[in-house]
Design a protein around this ligand. Structure first.
Ligand code: SF4
Length: 98
């Protein structure tokens, strides 16, 4: 069997599948923690902010749908830009965080 780096399942995970699905065979665990979380409101997913200010992604299956691998990867330049902005702010010191 060819190794496919775009899809992975961990059926031994106690939470599998961690989101409701009618297609468990194609439930992708590769992006277990969604890389798009860092994009905040721009992630494109179906989320809400909870009372603690964290995103509740219970209703979103974007990172777990097999066909979304390239969609997730295509957002990495935005995530990388975010990291660069944060690093630049840190380099400028505490005043820049405001
Ligand atoms: S799981 Fe969905 S809603 Fe949550 S961060 Fe990822 S894309 Fe956005």
């Amino acid at each position: 069997m060819a190794y496919d780096s775009s899809f992975f399942q961990n059926r031994d995970c106690e939470y599998f599948p961690c989101h409701e699905t009618d297609d468990p065979e194609n439930f992708n665990c590769l992006f277990c923690y969604c890389p798009l979380y860092a994009l905040g409101r721009r992630c494109g997913g179906n989320f809400r902010y909870n009372e603690r200010g964290n995103k509740d992604c219970t209703r979103c299956r974007i990172p777990h749908e097999r066909e979304n691998y390239r969609r997730i990867l295509s957002r990495y330049p935005e995530i990388m830009a975010l990291a660069r902005e944060q690093d630049a702010k840190l380099a400028r010191g505490p005043e820049a965080k405001k």
